[in-house]
Ligand binder design. Sequence first.
Ligand code: COA
Length: 159
Amino acid sequence: MEISEVLIRKPTMEDVHQIVHINRVCLPENYSLQYFISIIQKYKEFSVVAEVDHKVVGYVLTRIERMTKGLVPFSAKRGHVISVAVLPDYRGRGIGAQMMRKVIDKLKEENMEEVILEVRVSNTIARSLYFKLGFHDEDILRRYYLDGEDAALMKLSLT
Ligand SMILES: CC(C)(COP(=O)(O)OP(=O)(O)OC[C@H]1O[C@@H](n2cnc3c(N)ncnc32)[C@H](O)[C@@H]1OP(=O)(O)O)[C@@H](O)C(=O)NCCC(=O)NCCS
């Protein structure tokens, strides 16, 4: 399918139902509507949607968290990418990479120390996107997902 221009922008409350739809279509990890609403309310500056012909076709949602040394929180903050997806018909056109770069640029601009995310170890496509953006494997989280699959905890340092 030929697609026209892709607009990468901050999410608004009007996008929330399209974001929920994309999440259901693309991922087994489905969050409640209320969770998406709260992430958009709190962290829209660090999240993006991709729009094609006035339709939302992808999103990256990120929350900000305080970093810890052992169990002790300290002042540095990081971005934690919670969910990334692009509708199947719109994949392979650079939309996922464009959205992630925009989020990473914003996190850098706001002096965040790092970005982290969890991804299924079997998800080679997403992992290759994250490696391409400079992420590395920081840890393996055993049986992280409900079906028992391990997650790779991937990290990109921004300092
Ligand atoms: C992961 C996902 C968001 C990528 O979105 P996308 O818009 O297709 O990604 P891009 O077109 O920007 O591709 C970026 C990189 O991803 C990798 N990639 C994308 N499609 C790929 C494919 N079919 N096979 C292998 N690698 C692929 C490549 O490294 C690619 O870089 P390249 O184009 O320089 O080779 C999308 O596949 C998706 O929504 N998947 C289902 C949901 C999911 O797994 N989310 C991640 C959960 S952590």
